[in-house]
Design a protein around this ligand. Structure first.
Ligand code: C2E
Ligand code: CA
Ligand code: CA
Length: 511
C-alpha cells in the first residue's frame, strides 16, 4: 500500500490503516469473473465523490490477488464537463444541435403542431476570413443575446438553440405559424439592422422555416427541410426568409437528381457543343461563333440556364468547364484547319471556373493540346467576375491578354453601373445584353441604352456585339448606331458542329 492510499484512508476518516476498507463491497463478483475469464478485470467504482479505476489480477502460482486502484476523479470530472458541453454551447450557453433534434423528436412523438426555424449569418466565412476567431465568437455571442431578447423574451414560447458556429435554431408551438414567423423575422431584422456587432460589423441573416406535421414526417426530415428553406432564402439576395413548401422540396429534388445525372454525363461524354455564328456589320462577314453547351437527358433537352448554375453551385463546373474548354479548342482547330484562319470562337467561362487557381494553366493546356492559336479563342465572362478578388482577377486577365486571348464581357449592362473598371481590365469586347436589344426597335429607353453603350464602347476602343438580334429593324438600327457585330436568331440559331461547318462554307462563298 502506498502513501497516497494511506493518506486517502485518513482523509475519508476510516478507522485504522486497513487497505481493505477501500475495496468495493462487491469485489468478490469481480474476482469471480476474473477467474472465469482467466484474465485481468477492470472496473470503476465510487467512494463518496471519488471515482476509482480498479485492476484485478489473480496470480495462480502465488495464489494471491494483485489489486491496483487509481483515483480517476479529476479525469471523470473533465469528462462530465465535456458531456455537458456536448449539450450546451460554451460561448452562448444555448442548447446545441443534439438537444435541438431531441426536442423535435419528442414533439413529433407527441404529435404536436409546431414550427422549426434556422437562422444563419450571411457571409460568415468572410467575417471569419477578415477577422480573428475571437471577433467572430464575439459577434455570435452578441447575436445570441439579441435573439434571446427578441425571440425568447418577446415570444415566450419560442425556444432557441445554437446549431453550428454560424447558425441558430428555433422551435415554437403554434398552428397558424406564418403570421408568427413573419413577426419574429421582422422583430429580429429590425434589431439587427440597428446594431454594429463587436463594435463594427453589420450582420445580415437568412432564415428557413418548416411546420410539423405538414413539412415532414420525422425530426430528420423536418431539420433537413428547414435547411433547404434556409439555403433557398440565402441564395436569393432580396428574400428575407423562406417557408418550406412542397414545390420547394420538389425543385430541390430535381436539382439533386440533375446534379447526379450531370456527374454521370461528364464521365460518359453526354454533353454537346453548339456554335452560334457571329457577324460583323462593318466587314459584312461571319467572324466567329459563341459556343453553347447542350444536354439531352432522357430525350429531353435541359436548358443550360438551369444546369450551369447548378454546376457552378456544386463545383461540377470545374470538370465540366475543363471538358468544354478542351473540346472547344479541338473543334475550333478543326475549323481553322478547314481554311478559316481568322475565326474567333468564344467560350462562356463561369465565375468559379475563372477564379480556380489553375485556370490560366488549364487554358494553356487546352491550346497546346489542340494546337489552336490564342488569337482564335475568346473567353466570355460576366461583370460579376471582375469584382471578386480584384487583384487576382487583374492578374489572371493580364496573363490571358498577354497570351493573345480575347476577353469579352457577357450580358453587358445588366450588372454594375460603374464602368470605370473597363479602363483597368484588358477587355476587348462588350456583349450588349439581349434584354436591351429585344425591344430596342419598339422602346425608346432600350434604344437609348443601346446607343449609349455603343458610344461608350467606341470611346474606349472596345468591340461591340449585340446579342439576341432577331429582327431586321434591329439590324438596321444597330448598323446606324455604329455597332460592330451581331449575334442572334436573325443570323442563325446555335448549330451543331457539322451544320456550323456548312454555314461557314456557304457564307464564305457569299462574301
Ligand atoms: P448567354 O451566354 O447569354 O448565351 C446566350 C443565350 O441566348 C443562349 O441560350 C442562346 O441560345 C440564346 N440566344 C441566342 N440568340 C438568341 C436570340 O436571337 N433570341 C433569343 N431569345 N435567345 C437567343 P442558352 O444556350 O440557353 O444559354 C443560356 C446561358 O447558359 C448562356 O447565356 C450562358 O450563360 C450559359 N451557358 C451556355 N453554354 C455555356 C457553357 O458552355 N459554359 C458556361 N459556363 N455557360 C454556358
Ligand atoms: Ca455568353
Ligand atoms: Ca449573354
Amino acid at each position: 500500500m502506498n502513501t497516497t492510499a494511506t493518506g486517502f484512508i485518513k482523509e475519508l476518516g476510516y478507522p485504522g490503516n486497513d487497505p481493505k476498507s477501500l475495496l468495493p463491497k462487491n469485489l468478490v463478483d469481480y474476482q469471480n469473473s476474473a477467474l472465469a475469464d482467466e484474465k485481468q478485470q477492470h472496473f470503476e467504482f465510487k467512494i463518496n465523490q471519488h471515482t476509482f479505476d480498479c485492476e484485478l489480477l489473480w496470480h495462480a502460482n502465488a495464489k494471491q490477488w494483485n489489486i491496483n486502484m487509481v483515483n480517476i476523479s479529476s479525469r471523470k470530472l473533465e469528462e462530465q464537463k465535456r458531456d455537458s458541453q456536448a449539450q450546451i454551447n460554451p460561448d452562448t450557453g444555448l442548447d446545441n444541435h443534439y438537444v435541438f433534434k431531441q426536442v423535435i423528436e419528442q414533439m413529433v412523438d407527441q404529435r404536436l403542431t409546431f414550427t422549426v426555424g434556422q437562422i444563419e449569418i450571411r457571409s460568415y466565412s468572410k467575417l471569419l476570413a477578415d477577422n480573428d476567431f475571437e471577433t467572430s465568437r464575439k459577434v455570435m455571442k452578441e447575436l445570441s443575446d439579441l435573439l434571446q431578447g427578441t425571440c425568447v423574451e418577446k415570444h415566450q414560447n419560442v425556444r432557441l438553440f445554437q446549431l453550428t458556429e454560424k447558425s441558430f435554431g428555433l422551435v415554437f408551438q403554434k398552428s397558424n405559424c406564418h403570421a408568427t414567423v413573419k413577426q419574429i423575422v421582422a422583430t429580429i431584422n429590425n434589431q439587427v439592422k440597428n446594431q454594429l456587432f463587436s463594435g463594427q460589423h453589420s450582420v445580415k441573416l437568412d432564415y428557413g422555416f418548416t411546420s410539423f406535421p405538414s413539412d415532414g414526417k420525422s425530426a430528420d426530415e423536418i431539420i433537413r427541410n428547414t435547411r433547404i428553406a434556409l439555403e433557398n432564402s440565402a441564395s436569393q439576395e432580396f428574400t428575407d426568409y423562406m417557408m418550406f413548401s412542397n414545390e420547394l422540396g420538389k425543385s430541390v429534388e430535381r436539382q439533386n437528381s440533375l446534379q447526379d445525372a450531370m456527374r454521370s454525363a461528364i464521365v460518359d461524354n453526354h454533353f454537346q457543343l453548339f456554335f452560334q455564328p457571329q457577324y460583323s456589320l462593318k466587314e459584312k462577314r461571319i467572324i466567329g461563333a459563341e459556343v453553347l453547351i447542350r444536354w439531352q437527358l432522357n430525350e429531353q433537352w435541359i436548358s443550360p440556364s438551369e444546369f450551369i448554375p447548378l454546376a457552378e453551385h456544386s463545383g461540377l463546373i470545374l470538370p465540366l468547364g475543363d471538358w468544354i474548354l478542351t473540346s472547344v479548342c479541338q473543334k475550333a482547330q478543326h475549323i481553322v484547319a478547314m481554311g478559316f484562319e481568322d475565326i474567333v470562337i468564344a467560350v462562356n467561362i463561369s465565375p468559379k471556373q475563372f477564379s480556380a487557381p489553375n485556370f490560366v494553366k488549364m487554358v494553356k493546356r487546352a491550346l497546346l493540346s489542340s494546337g489552336l492559336a490564342a488569337k482564335n479563342l475568346e473567353l466570355e465572362i460576366t461583370e460579376g467576375v471582375l469584382f471578386t478578388k480584384e487583384a487576382d482577377t487583374i492578374n489572371t486577365l493580364n496573363q490571358l491578354n498577354q497570351m493573345g486571348i480575347k476577353l469579352a464581357i457577357d450580358d453587358f449592362g445588366t450588372g454594375y453601373s460603374s464602368l470605370s473598371y473597363l479602363q483597368v481590365f484588358p477587355v476587348t469586347k462588350l456583349k450588349i445584353d439581349q434584354s436591351f436589344v429585344r425591344n430596342m426597335h419598339l422602346n425608346k429607353a432600350d434604344k437609348s441604352i443601346v446607343r449609349s453603350v455603343i458610344e461608350l464602347g467606341n470611346e474606349l476602343g472596345v468591340t461591340l456585339i449585340a446579342e439576341g438580334v432577331e429582327e431586321s429593324e434591329q439590324v438596321d438600327l444597330l448598323t446606324q448606331m455604329g455597332c460592330d457585330e451581331i449575334q442572334g436568331y436573325w443570323l442563325s440559331k446555335p448549330l451543331d458542329e457539322s451544320y456550323f461547318s456548312h454555314f461557314l462554307h456557304s457564307n464564305k462563298l457569299l462574301s
